[in-house]
Design a protein around this ligand. Structure first.
Ligand code: MV4
Length: 448
C-alpha cells in the first residue's frame, strides 16, 4: 500500500480523500493556491505545498507545480478528486511517467471515455444500450439527413469533446438540420479545438440515472446500484438520491449485470460511473465518468462501502474487498449540494463565514471544509458542502433531510439551503415524480 498520497484538489473532496487515507495509515500531502493558505484541507494534511496563485489555471491545474510538489514530498500516488485534473488523460500519463500512481483508470481509458463518440462506440460494442443515432462523427450532410430521418425529429447534435451538457443543439426538422450542425461544429471547434459532432434521438423527459461500478486490476467488477441525478439546473446537479424511485430490484440487477460485464470487457480499472438517460423503461447510455463523483456518498450510505478506500486499494493493485453477492442495498439516501449562492438568482456569494453549525444525529452526514471564520474565496466552485441523509425508506430520509437542513447554520454568506427546504415542500418531488427538465420548470414557475 502507498505510504504517502498527494491530493490534487481542495474543499470537501480533499477532506474526504484525507479521511480515507488516515483510516488506511497513509500520510497525505495537500496542495493549495495562495487563496487557500487558510483552507481546512491544508490544516488537516500531514504536509502541504503552495502550488501557485489563486486562479485554478495557475494552481490546481498547474501540472508541473503539482508533479514537483509530489516529487519533493516523496508521494507515491496522486489522487485527483473530481473536476480539475481528474479526467485529464495527459495528466494521468505524466504522473505515470514520473513513476507515481495516478489514482484512477489508465490514460488510454480516460482518452477513450473523454471522446463521447469513441466512448459510445466502446459502450455499444461491449453490449450497453445506447441512444439511437450516428455511429461516428458526421462528415456528410446527406448521411446526416438520412440518420435524422431514420431516428425521427427532433434530434440532438452533440460535440464529441463536449459532455456535461456543453455543445448541444436541438434540431426540430430537416430544414434546420444543416445550420444546427454547422453551428454546433463551429462552437465545438472554438470551445474544445475539436469540431467533431454526432447525432442522437432527442429524449424529451428522461431521468438521469447513473450506475456506480468498481473494477480491480485482477478482472473483478461489481456494481453498487444507481443514483438518480435528474434534479439539475444548467447541468449542475442540485440533489441526488439512491436508489431511484424509477427502478426496482429486477431492473437494477439487469442493468447492473450489463454494465459490469461491459466494463470488464473494456478492461476498465478503478471506480467509474456509467451514465444513462432512462425513459419509458429503457436505458440509453450517454457518457462514462472515469472519476470519483461528487454524489458518491449516497451510494456509500445504501451499501456501507467506502468508495474512496476501495479506489485507493484498487489503484495499489489490491483485489476488490467485496463480491457482487455480498453487496446489499439498504434504505434510502439523499444528498443536497449546499452552494454559497443566492437561492433564487444563483449568484455566487463568497466571503467570510461568520457563523457555522453543522447538523448531526442519526443518519446525517455533512461533507464540508467549512469552519466559522473561514473566508470563501471567489475563485472556485461555489459548493461549500454536501448534506447526505440515510433512512430506512425514502420517507424517513426526506424527514431527516428537512430536520438537518433546518438545523444547519451558515452565517455571513447566502446559501442554497432555503431552496432545498422549498423543494421538500413540493408534492411532485415528494412523490418522486420528476425528470431532467422538472427542476428548471419548477424554478421558472416560482419566479412567477
Ligand atoms: C441528451 C438529452 C436528451 N436526449 N441526449 C446533458 C448532459 C450530457 N451528459 C447529456 N445531456 C443530455 N443528453 C439525448 N439524446 C438531454 C440531456 C440533458 C440532461 C441530461 C441529464 C441531466 C440533465 C440534463 C439537462 C438537459 C439536457
Amino acid at each position: 500500500m502507498f505510504e504517502k498520497v498527494l491530493i490534487a484538489n481542495r474543499g470537501e473532496i480533499a477532506l474526504r480523500i484525507q479521511r480515507a487515507c488516515k483510516e488506511m495509515g497513509i500520510r497525505t500531502v495537500a496542495v493549495h493556491s495562495e487563496a487557500d493558505t487558510h483552507a481546512m484541507h491544508v490544516k488537516l494534511a500531514d504536509e502541504s505545498v503552495c502550488i501557485g496563485p489563486p486562479p485554478a489555471g495557475q494552481s490546481y491545474l498547474n501540472v508541473p507545480a503539482i508533479i514537483a510538489a509530489a516529487e519533493i514530498t516523496n508521494a507515491q500516488a496522486i489522487h485527483p478528486g473530481y473536476g480539475f485534473l481528474s479526467e485529464n488523460a495527459r495528466f494521468a500519463e505524466i504522473v505515470t511517467a514520473h513513476d507515481m500512481t495516478f489514482i484512477g483508470p489508465t490514460a488510454d481509458t480516460i482518452k477513450l471515455m473523454g471522446d463521447k463518440i469513441t466512448a459510445k462506440q466502446a459502450a455499444m460494442e461491449a453490449g450497453i444500450p445506447v441512444v439511437p443515432g450516428s455511429k461516428s462523427a458526421i462528415t456528410d450532410m446527406n448521411e446526416a439527413r438520412r440518420i435524422a430521418a431514420s431516428i425521427g425529429f427532433p434530434v440532438l447534435i452533440k460535440a464529441a469533446s463536449g459532455g456535461g451538457g456543453r455543445g448541444m443543439k436541438v434540431a426540430e426538422s430537416t430544414g434546420v438540420l444543416e445550420s444546427a450542425l454547422q453551428t454546433a461544429s463551429s462552437e465545438a471547434q472554438a470551445a474544445f479545438g475539436d469540431g467533431a459532432v454526432y447525432i442522437e434521438k432527442y429524449l424529451g423527459q428522461p431521468r438521469h440515472i447513473e450506475i456506480q461500478i468498481l473494477a480491480d486490476t485482477h478482472g473483478d467488477t461489481v456494481h453498487l446500484g444507481e443514483r438518480d441525478c435528474s434534479l439539475q439546473r444548467r447541468h449542475q446537479k442540485i440533489l441526488e438520491e439512491a436508489p431511484s424511485v424509477a427502478l426496482d430490484p429486477e431492473i437494477r440487477a439487469m442493468i447492473g449485470k450489463i454494465v459490469t460485464d461491459a466494463v470488464k470487457a473494456i478492461g476498465y480499472c478503478g471506480v467509474g460511473t456509467v451514465e444513462f438517460l432512462y425513459e419509458d423503461g429503457e436505458f440509453y447510455f450517454i457518457e462514462m465518468n472515469t472519476r470519483l463523483q461528487v454524489e458518491h456518498p449516497v451510494t456509500e450510505a445504501i451499501t456501507g462501502i467506502d468508495l474512496v478506500r476501495e479506489q485507493i486499494r484498487m489503484a495499489a493493485g489490491h483485489k476488490l474487498g467485496v463480491t457482487q453477492d455480498a453487496i446489499k442495498f439498504e434504505g434510502w439516501s439523499v444528498e443536497c449540494r449546499i452552494n454559497a449562492e443566492n437561492p433564487e438568482t444563483f449568484t455566487p456569494s463568497p466571503g467570510m463565514v461568520t457563523e457555522f453549525h453543522a447538523p448531526g444525529g442519526l443518519g446525517v452526514r455533512l461533507d464540508s471544509a467549512l469552519y466559522s471564520g473561514y473566508r470563501i474565496p471567489p475563485y472556485y466552485d461555489s459548493m461549500i458542502g454536501k448534506l447526505i441523509v440515510h433512512g430506512r425508506d425514502r420517507e424517513e430520509a426526506l424527514m431527516r433531510l428537512k430536520r438537518a437542513l433546518s438545523e444547519m447554520v451558515v452565517g455571513g454568506v447566502e446559501t442554497t439551503i432555503p431552496l432545498h427546504l422549498a423543494l421538500l415542500e413540493e408534492a411532485a418531488f415528494l412523490a418522486g415524480d420528476y425528470h431532467i427538465r422538472w427542476l428548471e420548470n419548477w424554478l421558472a414557475e416560482r419566479q412567477g
